[in-house]
Design a protein around this ligand. Structure first.
Ligand SMILES: C[S@@+](CC[C@H](N)C(=O)[O-])C[C@H]1O[C@@H](n2cnc3c(N)ncnc32)[C@H](O)[C@@H]1O
Length: 262
């Protein structure tokens, strides 16, 4: 499905009939060398170059996902640099919908837009546990983090999007540092984990290890910021090599996806 060989073959007769136009179209779509993008989005996505995992169509990762019907709340109420972009929200919601996830965990709530959309698109009776730093957070981290890698949401904004929604009763907000989270007190095991808290390498490693230990067989772990952040990309690649569990990146997004063995 990606690249679409069948489509290329189907178009050969049309290309033979109008080779000049075909060459111009193909050049732009398949070999866009020497073209200076005018859309700033092209530069944003072009910079997602860290990591070695394969970039593949979501339909190749989860066959059948194309039939997911989604409901996206507050679709454009998001800060693209701090949260998921619209394409990523669509992809992650399609994943929870496809596997009918009912027990979801999110590390890193921020304003709760993704929290809300994950639980809205899960299976019947879906619930989500979402974690962020405490309200009275004093500036310390359980693991030492370089200043540049500290990404902390204004405490007054944590969860505001889900809290004002009709689905607030499906959300359990946990406040604490992810590195000292006591998973035995949570409602695991989980069938979907979204890791998007502190993006420092050591934190991604710890969050990944903890989530993995609390997943149901066949569940999905998804990381945000793969490709864009070196720390995230390296931690995910190493985890994949260590565990032997393959990780794919949803093409056009920063979402890395791993399916737990059954
Ligand atoms: C990138 S934002 C999460 C975005 C959110 N998942 C979304 O899709 O909109 C990262 C969040 O993790 C929180 N955070 C950072 N370090 C953390 C830590 N050590 N433990 C728990 N939460 C942390 C921040 O306060 C921030 O709200």
């Amino acid at each position: 499905m990606y690249p679409n060989v069948a489509k290329i073959l189907k178009n050969i007769p049309r290309a033979v009939a109008d080779p000049k136009r075909a060459a111009s179209l193909a050049w732009r779509r398949m070999f866009p060398f020497g073209i200076t993008p005018k859309d700033p989005e092209a530069y944003r996505i072009g910079a997602w170059s860290f990591g070695n995992a394969r970039r593949v169509d979501l339909r190749d990762i989860l066959p059948g996902v194309e039939s997911a019907d989604l409901k996206i709340f507050r679709s454009y109420d998001r800060k693209r640099d701090l949260s998921l972009d619209a394409q990523e929200v669509l992809a992650i919601c399609a994943m929870v919908s496809h596997i009918k996830a009912t027990s979801i965990i999110e590390i890193g709530t921020s304003d709760g837009n993704t929290t809300l959309n994950l639980v809205a698109n899960g299976g019947d009776g879906a619930r989500i546990t979402t974690l962020d730093l405490p309200e009275d957070w004093g500036g310390g981290f359980e693991i030492q983090v370089p200043e540049m890698m500290k990404n902390v949401t204004d405490r007054s904004r944590v969860g505001i999007q889900y809290k004002s929604s009709a689905l607030a009763h499906k959300v359990t907000q946990v406040l604490g540092d992810s590195a000292k989270l006591d998973y035995t007190k949570l409602s695991g095991p989980f069938d979907f984990a979204f890791i998007d808290g502190c993006h420092f390498y050591d934190y991604v490693k710890v969050d990944t290890k903890n989530c993995q230990a609390n997943m149901k067989p066949g569940g999905l772990i998804v990381w945000h910021d793969y490709g864009m952040l070196e720390d995230v990309s390296r931690a995910v690649d190493e985890w994949s090599a260590d565990t032997g569990i393959s990780v794919n990146i949803v093409a056009g997004t920063r979402l890395a996806v791993a399916r737990m063995p059954t």
